[in-house]
Design a protein around this ligand. Structure first.
Ligand SMILES: *Cc1c(COP(=O)(O)O)cnc(C)c1O
Length: 471
């Protein structure tokens, strides 16, 4: 049984390289489904161990048909980044180095690298430079982390310390959230004890943007602590709340204003789209993902809090064996719910250097341009209904005619046919009572030629479905 790391890594690397370089020619979907994969892997626990080199080979052979080509050039479902090779390679170092990134004493390098990544992110996203960033597994946990800080901040302001005394008996905190917020926020609210239903839902417009007048009307009658949850980048339309208005209303009522910008916050890193976020810098906390537009390998998200002391209050832990902290030192674990964790700052550092400010702006602008191209091709050439003109990199289209059930069936059929064809991968969602195809252009691998090929495939699928519907 080999423990030769050179041999094992070389083998894993060769397999990974082969997988990644074949993606462009392979069907843009998994070949086997989840149930087939369960059957492939089902086996009793081995009594005796076996050679890891053989295990790696078998693992790759068994798993590959069930892998989603998320990192490929024509994967447009949900919102997925592509895991840039620079991030993947840096992440391999993270695994090999085996650092515990929780404390500066457990890894001086990881702590220092995360700190520089924190300041670069604040610079690139142009957020207040003395904000604190927790490096989390993704936007869901980052939303929970920021909302925990919001809970600490708003309750402390009225003389209650939720971190010491919990929520039982605390003054009620009002949570105001746009009607088209992402599902993950409800999961965060549930986790931190606020409850999914105990929110005031604010009406949104046709693009899913919170209506400031509706927020004003809802918040005006409220007394006590308040949290307003706004959004940069609606999951279907890519639209941005009107932050200047929302912040002005929030501040006038002493509310904590939080922003979920899992992908949309990156619009701020471009000269062309930054204006969509204007006023956002005045909010109290922001969330974005590393594993979406930044192309970091999973898992990676950022919980950004303006008043870092409030975040530290909500997240810090202490034990005798944890070293004392010198003034000005940054303890990575005090920004997130975990103590021991992966050094997520390292691939982030490598990617921010790989792109630079310009490269990141170019990537985002290119994706926005490619999304418009997608919309133009589908609409102009084939007359497919673009449900909302793309604001950034999200596009929703509808293929149906007739009543709502017929429309849904046709759009679902086009999605199924497109996936089956395998040129590109797409998925659907419900939007304003209709079923739509969602296209999210988020991969560093995607080129104009990929959009053309994919548009051709979607148009062909639609023509087939239309012909069948008529006959
Ligand atoms: C993806 C996404 C989330 C959830 O992020 P995870 O990284 O999957 O936890 C939250 N909000 C929005 C707008 C998203 O796009």
């Amino acid at each position: 049984m080999s423990r030769d790391i050179g041999h094992l890594l070389a083998r894993a690397t060769a397999s990974a390289v082969r997988y990644r370089t074949n993606l462009d020619n392979a069907p843009a979907r998994s070949l086997l489904d989840y149930h087939a994969m369960r059957e492939r892997f089902a086996a009793p626990l081995p009594e005796a161990g076996s050679d890891p080199a053989t295990i790696l080979d078998e693992l790759a052979a068994l798993a590959e048909p069930g892998l989603m080509p998320t990192t490929g050039p024509r994967f447009f479902a949900w919102v997925m980044g592509a895991s840039h090779p620079a991030g993947v390679a840096a992440d391999l170092l993270v695994s090999a180095w085996g650092q515990n990134a929780g404390y500066q004493s457990t890894s001086p390098a990881a702590a220092a690298i995360e700190e520089v990544a924190e300041s670069w992110l604040l610079d690139m996203l142009d957020l207040p430079r003395d904000s604190g960033i927790g490096f989390t597994t993704g936007a869901t946990v980052a939303n929970g982390t920021c909302l925990a800080a919001a809970r600490t901040g708003t309750l402390r302001a009225v003389g209650w310390d939720p971190d010491e005394d919990g929520l039982f008996g605390a003054p009620p905190v009002h949570v105001l959230i746009g009607a088209d917020a992402h599902s993950s926020l409800y999961s965060s609210l549930q986790l931190i004890g606020f409850g999914r239903k105990r929110v005031i839902t604010i009406e949104t417009d046709e693009l899913g943007r919170m209506r400031p007048a509706a927020l004003e009307a809802a918040i005006s009658g409220l007394t006590g602590p308040k949290i307003v949850i706004a959004q940069a980048g609606q999951i279907n339309t890519g639209a941005f709340d009107s932050f200047a208005d929302i912040v002005a209303i929030g501040k006038a009522h002493d509310a904590w204003v939080h922003v979920d910008g899992a992908f949309g916050l990156w619009a701020r890193a471009t000269p062309s789209h930054k204006a969509l976020t204007s006023g956002i810098e005045l909010c109290d906390s922001w969330v974005t993902d590393g594993h979406k537009w930044l192309q970091a390998p999973y898992d990676c998200g950022f919980a950004i809090v303006r008043d870092k002391n409030i975040l530290l209050g909500a997240m810090s832990q202490w034990a005798s064996y944890l070293p004392a902290i010198a003034q000005g030192d940054r303890v990575p674990s005090n920004y997130v719910p975990e103590l021991s964790r992966r050094a997520r700052g390292i691939p982030v550092y490598a990617l921010l250097r790989t792109f630079g400010r310009q490269g990141m702006a170019e990537l985002i602008e290119r994706h926005c341009r490619l999304t418009r191209l997608f919309a133009t091709r589908l609409a102009a050439e084939a007359g497919i209904e673009v449900v909302a003109e793309p604001v950034i990199n999200q596009l929703i289209v509808n293929f149906g005619t007739g009543d709502s059930a017929a429309r849904k069936a046709q759009t679902e059929a086009v999605i199924a046919r497109t996936v089956e064809d395998g040129t590109c991968y797409v998925a659907g969602a419900s939007w304003r009572g209709d079923w739509v195809m969602r296209l999210s252009v988020t991969s560093v691998e995607t080129t104009e030629a990929d959009i053309d090929r994919s548009a051709d495939a979607i148009i062909a699928a639609w023509r087939q479905v239309r012909a069948e519907t008529r006959s």
